[in-house]
Design a protein around this ligand. Structure first.
Ligand code: GAL
Length: 754
């Protein structure tokens, strides 16, 4: 049997930040280079205040391999999920090929350069400098293109006759039956014509077809599969299926490929997206793929966690992968969790020359071929974000997308309305602080707010509340509109950017969560929009300090700050919740029991609750109780922050995989007497670690909003990691994490083999 073998080539790379041509040679002595595992960032950085040129250099990665078995006619492929930005691949000193652009995958056949009985060296020259010829670059870009082999690399052994793609399309579906078209593509890299059988299995239904494979040719073969009583992929029940395909030659299995897919219908209506016949107003945010310290080099665990945060902690039904194709693990998690995705090609405001445009078309093709089985993806972004019109280029991108995937609509994000409309859906970034009337049918607002009101997680409370209310007001308008499919605000998480954007300290503070994924009040607003079935939410949006009455300065009707008198005014406390009634107690006195404020927010699924309290009565304690159908369901308490009382130390996970690159977040929080976070504490925290892990981040680490956040990365041995944290005389209870075996099949280290 000769099934496809795939091994992650993630461990034991030698790495240097220098650049010499001789590094490509097999015998170059690289033992003094550092030893790294993938995903890898070419430079680890502070979370802010670094120069955006610090990672813009050429680096080299080298990996020695010994083939454990003779190839026996098989081909060996190297598969990169993403390398930023221009990647030249050498094997034993021979140049195999080059790939342009860091956001899409590529594959190279390295068989002809291998030595079956000796050491083989894969050498990668990775140019992470500015690439003016490669999208998204050519002009200024409002995000950083962190360098490195920052996604996974695999080795795959295939027969000369092998499968290259399996693509499942839903042709028709109702409760009784789904009709699927499965396209299996094969490739014959041999010299002779071959006859083979392609066998397909989906949910117990099997079919087979004979195929003649011409040397050098890629050939598709189509199957039509009928599936009885299909279970549909939907937001609350994201059912996934597998299509398992085998290529059989003379009774021997020569190759296998398995893809996951979902069965669903998607129609885009003027007022929403119709999924399996049910109308949804799209409520989303934009996601950049960046993490502090490691840039894009975040392992699967963090990628998957982001999908979870967007769906469960922010209550969204949709995410836009601004402004490029994102990690396969993130998209797989969106499929599994039921989160719709609008994915777009790399780009930002700039269209380059013919050559640049041909690379953009290549990226479009790589994106669609990689991702067209994902049920979560409902639309392709085929324009460069916020670029000017360009008839010829955009005719080509639209045509290509439709040819590669006739099942999905195209869209293209612009920041002006009088634009030539070549796509199926008009997508517009509306920074008017309201939802402007649609100019096309159909239309989606792809960004709002962002630079109009940047807000740091450690800003004064009034700003954080106003930020949340702006999001609430715009989303409210969108929910009430019949001419809009929905919207995605700018943006989910704060992100690293160039010095002329954001706050000039290499961070752009436009997220509803900070760069570590800690929530601002705006995040609680989004969370409160999820359905009660997804979990009740009740969040009081105040810290109850003497700064709290400043809300009154921001929220209508405006108050003249010159004549502001704490004794004469009330201040408004906003509570974000999806329950039907909220009771609010202040220092033991009942302030009232209220319904949501659907006068100010008539269209939201769950309007915020509003209570007024005298402006001078700030200190103390608030207790909100949430009721549904007259029954108390949950409560939330807020204490005016007291003096520093303790430190807590929490990790998001208690187990890591011994891959040498798995990571989890650890957060230290300054707490007051009642356990409340001290939102204005800004002390340094010193972390210590022992066992098979390392700390990633600044150490000592300054608090932001009463929290200091680092990551722990596993090493390759099993065991117990212990972490301690101190701030001045305060010490947190230490925590432990177990490092367990990584189930992924990886290529053994070369050194271990000799
Ligand atoms: C938009 C742009 C985004 C981001 C945002 C900031 O114009 O598309 O990438 O820069 O502004 O608000």
């Amino acid at each position: 049997m000769a099934e496809r073998i795939r091994k992650a080539l993630s461990q034991g790379w030698r790495y240097t930040k220098t650049d010499r041509e001789v590094y490509k040679n097999r015998d170059w002595p690289d033992h003094d280079w550092s030893l790294v595992n993938l995903p890898h960032s070419n430079e680890e950085l502070p979370h802010s205040d670094f120069h955006p040129d610090e990672f813009r250099f050429v680096s080299w990665y080298r990996r020695s391999i010994r083939l454990q078995e003779p190839l026996m006619g098989k081909r060996l492929h190297l598969l990169f999920e993403g390398a930023m930005s221009t990647c030249d691949v050498y094997v034993n000193g021979h140049w195999v090929g080059q790939h342009l652009g860091g956001y899409t995958p590529f594959r190279m056949d390295i068989t002809d350069y291998l030595d079956e009985s000796a050491k083989n060296v894969i050498a990668i020259r990775l140019d992470s400098k500015k690439q003016l010829e490669v999208p998204p670059e050519g002009n200024r870009v409002d995000y950083l293109l962190f360098g490195g082999l920052y996604r996974q690399v695999y080795l795959e052994w295939v027969e000369p006759v092998h499968l290259t793609d399996v693509w499942v399309q839903t042709k028709a579906v109702d409760v009784v039956q789904a009709v699927l078209q499965v396209q299996c593509t094969t490739q014959n890299d041999g010299l002779k014509e071959q006859e083979a059988l392609i066998q397909l299995e989906v949910a117990g239904v099997t079919q087979e077809n004979a195929i003649f494979l011409t040397p050098g040719a890629e050939e598709p073969i189509l199957f039509t599969v009928q599936l009885d009583r299909p279970q549909l992929w939907d937001l609350d029940a994201p059912q996934l299926y597998k299509a398992n395909v085998r290529l059989v030659h003379e009774t021997q299995i020569k190759d296998t490929l398995s893809v996951s897919f979902g069965i669903r219908t998607v129609e885009i209506a003027e007022n929403g997206l119709v999924l399996n016949g049910r109308l949804h107003k799209l409520r989303g945010l934009n996601r950049h793929q960046m993490f502090p310290y490691v840039g894009g080099a975040a392992p699967d665990r963090l990628q998957r966690r982001d999908a979870f945060i967007l769906k469960k902690e922010l209550g969204l039904n949709y995410v836009r992968t601004s402004h490029y194709p994102q990690d396969p693990a993130f998209l797989a998690a969106c499929d599994e969790i039921g989160l719709l995705v609008f994915e777009e090609i790399p780009g930002w405001q700039h269209i380059g020359d013919e050559k640049w445009q041909s690379v953009a078309l290549q990226h479009l093709e790589e994106m669609i071929r990689r991702d067209r089985n994902h049920p979560a993806i409902f639309m392709w972004g085929v324009r460069i974000n916020e670029s000017s019109d360009h008839h010829d280029f955009y005719e080509r991108t639209n045509q290509l997308a439709h040819a590669l995937d006739p099942t999905r609509k195209t869209a293209g994000v612009r920041n002006f309305q009088q634009s030539e409309f070549l796509e199926d859906v008009f997508t517009y970034n509306d920074f008017s602080m309201q939802a402007l009337p649609a100019v096309q049918r159909t239309q989606l607002i792809t960004e709002f707010l962002g630079h109009m009101y940047p807000t740091k997680s450690y800003d004064p409370e009034a700003r954080l509340v106003q930020h949340a209310l702006y999001h609430a007001q715009i989303v409210d308008q969108v929910h009430g509109r019949d001419d809009l499919i929905g919207s995605s605000g700018w943006c989910a998480f704060d992100y690293n950017t160039n010095l002329d954007f954001g706050s000039g300290n290499s961070i752009c503070f436009h997220g509803v969560m900070d760069i570590y994924r800690h929530p601002k009040f705006a995040a609680n607003f989004y969370k409160s929009q999820r359905s009660l079935e997804e979990g009740p939410v009740l969040e009081i949006a105040t810290y109850l300090t003497s700064a709290s009455p400043e809300h009154a300065l921001l929220i209508t009707p405006p108050v003249d700050p010159e004549h502001y008198d704490h004794h004469a005014y009330h201040f408004t406390i906003w509570i974000f919740s999806n329950v039907s009634e909220v009771e609010l107690w202040h220092n033991g006195h009942l302030l009232g029991r209220k319904n949501p404020d659907d006068v100010s927010f008539p269209h939201l699924p769950h309007a915020p609750f509003r209570f007024d309290i005298p402006a001078y009565e700030t200190d103390g304690h608030l207790r909100a109780v949430g009721y549904v159908a007259g029954q108390a369901l949950l409560s939330h308490e807020v204490y005016t922050p007291s003096g520093f009382d303790s430190l807590s130390l929490e990790a998001d996970d208690h187990q890591l995989l011994a891959s040498g690159a798995d990571m989890t977040r650890v957060t230290v929080t300054a707490r007051g007497r009642h356990g409340e976070r001290l939102p204005y504490a800004n002390r340094p925290v010193v972390f210590e670690i022992s066992g098979p892990g390392e700390l990633i981040g600044e150490n000592p680490c300054p608090m932001e909003g009463g929290r200091a956040t680092l990551y722990i990365r596993s090493q390759r041995s099993l065991g117990l990691i212990r972490v301690q944290a101190k701030s001045g005389k305060y010490e947190a209870t230490p925590l432990s994490l177990q490092v367990v075996a990584d189930p992924e099949e990886t290529m053994p280290l070369y050194e271990e083999e000799i």
